[in-house]
Design a protein around this ligand. Structure first.
Ligand code: PMP
Length: 356
């Protein structure tokens, strides 16, 4: 049976990425060696690293004065690397979900943290808009897409502050104006590659202003100086990322991905609105994520949630159970998710409705 992978992360990758990565694992470009076993200093791997970084620059239109780093440690490591490198006295954070909350917790180890607004009291069901950012904060941190709750900040914010964004679950889903950010980071395991590589896009002039000593591995400048090759990089994950980015380019870049993502998300949200069994838990339509579509069963059908899960699973849907803190369902429809899989989920929702 065809499986439709709606998992939140690690998550669906394009068949292009999987096929080409698998080929390179068996034999990298007729070298007779696997990409898993070649030196990261070999000319073959250096070319892979260079092309991956170049594709980041090209696809996201990254201006000069920024560096692209491919590191390890996951987005979670960035929760501490960001304040280590940027927080002198005070930072501002927008609390839109438990990942944002975890970032706040780490930042508090380095200085004062002003949480400018939080939607925690309503299980993060909206993006707060009414807040002010203290002018003396060293940076303002946001999480653009809240993977667990299905909310998303879909526009690049205008702020005179150094804006830092966790884009783990929506990078490459839409065009972004990188010049509005001081630093963007994320884990790869949604729109980029298998887990293991973490990207950082940083404006060089925000670095080097700290009085504290920063451990070598946690200092962005170490990795900038060495082109992300200070130590052994996660070679296979970077190789897979390169293929994903080649595929995005072939598809027409991030603008084309965005159009495609908006279409997929809107047919699914339309069905959630239409189908009398389901409802969205995100009231403000503007806040609804185009990457993670969360929904629940209406009060009258609440006890049928487990039945729908079994029904949808029997039709090939995988990974649609909502996060335990939200309940209901979550369909993660990242860039690699074909429209036909979203249609299959919609079909399951309609057939379940008819079966009642
Ligand atoms: N931020 C966001 C928005 C996430 O979705 C996740 C993981 N799903 C993380 C941070 C943590 O990423 P990692 O597992 O790479 O540390």
């Amino acid at each position: 049976m065809k499986k439709h992978n709606f998992a939140a992360g690690p998550s669906i990758l394009s068949p292009y990425t999987i096929k080409h990565t698998a080929e390179g694992i068996l034999d990298l470009d007729n070298t007779g060696l696997s990409v898993m076993e070649i030196s990261h200093r070999s000319k073959e791997f250096v070319a892979i690293m260079d092309e991956t970084v170049q594709l980041f620059v090209e696809l996201l239109d990254i201006p000069s004065g920024y560096s692209v780093l491919l590191l390890q440690g996951g987005a979670s490591m960035q929760f501490c690397m960001v304040p280590y490198n940027l927080l002198k006295t005070k930072a501002a954070y927008l609390d839109t979900g438990s990942w944002a909350n975890k970032a706040v917790k780490e930042a508090k180890l380095f200085g004062e943290v002003d949480v400018v607004a939080s939607s925690k009291a309503t299980t993060y069901s909206y993006i707060p808009r009414d807040y002010s950012i203290p002018g003396d904060a060293d940076y303002f941190h946001i999480t653009t897409n809240n993977t667990i709750y299905g909310t998303e900040i879909k526009e690049d914010m205008d702020t005179p502050m150094n804006l830092v964004a966790d884009m783990s679950s929506d990078i490459f889903s839409r065009p972004i104006d990188v010049s509005k950010y001081a630093l963007i980071y994320g884990g790869a395991q949604k729109n980029l590659a298998p887990a293991g590589v973490t990207f950082v896009i940083v404006r060089d002039d925000v670095l080097g202003n700290m009085e504290r000593d920063i451990p070598t591995m946690l200092d962005y400048r170490t990795h900038i100086d060495k082109g992300s090759m200070f130590n052994t990089p996660p070679c296979v994950a970077i190789y897979a990322a390169m293929h994903t980015l080649r595929w995005y380019k072939e598809q027409g870049g991030v603008a084309a991905m965005h159009k495609f993502n908006v279409e997929k998300a809107s047919i699914l949200y339309d069905e959630i609105e239409r189908n009398p069994l389901f409802t969205s838990n995100i009231n403000n339509v503007d806040d609804r994520s185009i990457m993670n579509v969360t929904f629940v069963m209406k009060e009258a059908y609440k006890e049928r949630e487990a039945d729908f899960l079994t029904f949808a699973t029997s039709r090939g849907m995988s990974g649609i159970k909502g996060h335990r803190s939200v309940g209901g369902f979550r369909a993660s429809i990242y860039n690699a998710m074909p429209r036909s899989s979203v249609e299959a989920l919609i079909g399951a929702m309609q057939d379940f409705e008819k079966s009642l």
